[in-house]
Design a binder for this molecule. Structure first.
Ligand code: FAD
Length: 389
């Protein structure tokens, strides 16, 4: 049975809602988290776990990612959980001359912004990872890149939140939000109502639907990503990799449509999480044969040793996409008590700790040490219809 009231209602039991609930509960705020299905049943349970810094463009994107990466260093101690955090660095693999030229410029920009990134020739790259194809032209390497297990992270946040007094309810769908004089008053669900002055919209790809419950336009839409899991082997590589094409496709929908490059993530158990597509197909989270073939073909051109290995699982998640690639964080002008923590696209796992911490600081203290201006909803004003198609 749901409680009658709460200081804060968090909508969404993915990694972002879980993190917000944890940091809010740590502030001794009476928080209730509502999830319409199961915990981590959205994007947070159907994704990779890379914490890549060298993929972020200098500016608000890299600044938030740097702050986020820092939070991971002692997180497993704080949450008292094995979240499979590993900081072995990451590589971006270069396969063509055009990519090489682009990556030289990209690495220079990253270095200019203070990030530790090195450009490696083919021999140096294969010196780091001997399983790489002899056909590659080079790679960039950053020791700052890392990885984590997204499931373990989400559940670690939830358990720690509960230890601090948060109440977590699954199978409860938020169906309405009542306001009075431009303030949040009440959250309606399919199982009852909760009076509250503050709502955190952490509904991921569904965040626009939550916004619509109180007449807010939030430019977040689902961007499907398909992934392939390959059976465990003895360790073949020790760090996460992306193809240079993957970076380009992240920022260029035309390239994504033509095939978005690949990501390669060796897990703590020896299996490989290989991905992924970037597709606008509404809320369709099915996998397609074409995408699986595309991923398999492109991954084996980088790591030929994976040829012939068994695929043990395929799945797809819906990234919460925003038109400028940045999440939407913070309060909303003209609607007191409505706070957004959504739109993290392909970085929500990496940005979960910093997001929860900032949102909780904002609600508890009405201020944050990290400026949120660049991430507010108002940057999209006015929202264009084509952004929401
Ligand atoms: C293929 C793929 C690969 C990825 N790889 C990475 C990666 O390597 N590194 C990284 O950092 N990120 C990665 N991501 C991105 C990451 O998965 C997301 O950014 C992150 O999971 C978003 O978390 P969230 O909590 O906002 O959303 P979700 O996990 O989707 O959670 C939102 C929750 O809200 C619930 N909800 C919605 N509406 C309601 C309602 N009305 N009432 C109650 N509950 C509701 C949903 O059921 C859902 O569980 C990847 C994503 C994909 C798809």
């Amino acid at each position: 049975m749901l409680p009658d009231c709460a200081d804060v209602v968090v909508i969404g039991g993915g990694v972002i809602g879980a993190s917000c609930a944890y940091y809010l509960a740590k502030h001794k705020i009476k928080v209730v988290l509502l999830e319409k299905r199961d915990l981590a049943s959205g994007s947070s349970g159907a994704c990779g776990g890379t914490i890549f810094l060298q993929t972020k463009s200098p500016g608000p994107n890299l600044k938030l990612a740097l702050a986020g990466a820092e939070r991971f260093r002692h997180l497993h101690e704080e949450l008292a959980a094995d979240i499979e955090y590993r900081n072995h660095g990451g590589m971006i693999i270069i396969e063509t001359e055009t990519e090489y030229d682009a990556m030289v410029r990209w690495a220079e920009r990253q270095q200019g912004a203070g990030l530790d990134v090195a450009l490696l020739d083919a021999n140096q790259a294969r010196g780091l990872e001997t399983a790489l194809s002899p056909e590659i032209l080079g790679a960039t390497f950053s020791p700052a890149d890392a990885q984590v297990n997204p499931w373990h992270l989400t559940f670690a946040f939830i358990k720690s939140a509960q230890r601090h007094g948060a109440k977590v309810y699954t199978g409860v769908r938020v169906t309405g939000i009542q306001t009075k004089s431009q303030r949040i008053e009440l959250v309606e669900t399919d199982q009852g109502r909760i009076s509250t002055g503050t709502v955190v919209n952490a509904a991921g790809a569904y965040a626009a639907r939550i916004g619509a419950l109180c007449d807010l336009d939030i430019p977040i839409k689902p961007r499907r990503g398909q992934l392939v899991v390959v059976e465990a082997t003895h360790p073949l590589i020790s760090r996460c990799m992306l193809s240079a094409h993957y970076i380009a496709a992240k920022f260029n929908p035309d390239l994504a449509r033509k095939g978005g490059g690949v990501s390669i993530e060796p897990t703590a158990h020896g299996s490989f999480v290989l991905g992924s597509t970037r597709e606008f197909v509404g809320f369709d989270s099915r996998v397609t044969r074409a995408a699986i073939q595309h991923i398999a073909r492109n991954v084996t051109s980088i790591l030929p040793v994976l040829k012939g290995r068994n695929i043990i699982r395929v799945f797809a998640g819906l990234r919460p996409y925003t038109p400028d690639g940045l999440p939407i964080l913070g309060p909303v002008a003209g609607l007191d008590g409505f706070v957004i923590a959504a739109g993290h696209e392909g970085d929500g796992i990496a940005l979960a700790p910093i997001t929860g911490e900032l949102i909780a600081d904002l609600i508890a203290n009405n201020r944050t040490d990290f400026p949120l201006e660049a991430y507010k909803l108002e940057r999209f004003d006015p929202i264009r219809a084509e952004d929401l198609e």
